[in-house]
Write a protein that binds this ligand. Structure first.
Ligand code: ATP
Length: 233
């Protein structure tokens, strides 16, 4: 079953076609790589999938029904590339606030915070202000805030930027674990080697258009060739 189906999505900024007739489907529990060079249209696509932007044309089907941002947003976790933590707030207070925004009760949110902060080894940071944390630590807090409400669809935009190898591996293990438990993951990146290591399926976009789409194992060579030509453009 597909958790997400994008049907002929279009979005333009003034006369610029940022997303130009893109369609693809994402099966439940897959780790789906969205790959493309700078300016390809990845962020614009993700913003439509998360309900931040309305498409100019096309449909989004989420969990078998037409996507309804107001209700479905509770089932989506989005970690944008530009991190959105409030620097002056304490880490634990912030996580609590974000979890409640996603519909968790205060008690559930607190339990999830205790669980995740222990799990990722940052329990001692709960009472620190965000601005006291390194970029990598903030990344972990952002990751926790994105997954605490156990979303059906988890969207991660460059989740490893700023993380050292040990913490990257830690987050990678969590991603695998969540996919095994049925969460569907969209992973957006510029880096092919990360996609090969993590994803089971990939879509390559360039200049607002879909270039390739398929299981990593089957289309790896085509992907490398296309990426090479795109890098020459
Ligand atoms: P990156 O990896 O650099 O973030 P991307 O693949 O996410 O790139 P988008 O950010 O979706 O690409 O941008 C797609 C195109 O739309 C780019 O040419 C970009 O310059 C343009 N664009 C994005 N946001 C706006 C905006 N608010 N106004 C005008 N043009 C925009």
């Amino acid at each position: 079953m597909n958790v997400l189906e994008l049907q002929h999505l279009k979005k333009h900024y003034a006369t610029h076609k940022a997303v130009d007739d893109i369609s693809f489907s994402i099966p439940k529990g897959s780790i789906f790589g969205l790959l493309g060079p700078n300016g390809a249209g990845k962020t614009t696509l993700l913003r439509m999938i998360t309900g931040i932007f309305y498409p100019d044309a096309g449909n989004i089907i989420f969990d078998g029904r037409r996507f309804d941002p107001q209700n479905d947003v509770q089932h989506i976790g989005y970690m944008p590339e530009e991190r959105g933590l409030y620097k002056k707030m304490k880490v634990g207070e912030q996580a609590l606030y974000l979890a409640q925004l996603k519909g968790l009760s205060r008690k559930d949110a607190q339990e999830k915070i205790d669980y995740w902060f222990n799990r990722l080894g940052i329990a001692s940071w709960v009472n620190k202000k965000v601005e006291e944390l390194s970029k990598g630590m903030q990344q972990k807090v952002q990751f926790i805030s994105t997954v605490m409400h156990h979303p059906k669809l988890l969207i991660l935009d460059e989740p490893f930027s700023g993380l050292d190898p040990i913490n990257s591996q830690l987050i990678q293990n969590e991603i695998f674990d969540m996919a095994r438990n049925g969460t569907t993951i969209i992973f957006s990146t510029h880096r092919m080697e990360q996609v090969e290591e993590i994803c089971d399926h990939i879509v390559l976009v360039n200049k607002g258009r879909k270039v390739l789409d398929g299981p990593v194992k089957q289309i790896k060579q085509d992907f490398k060739q296309h990426l090479f030509y795109i890098s020459l453009e």
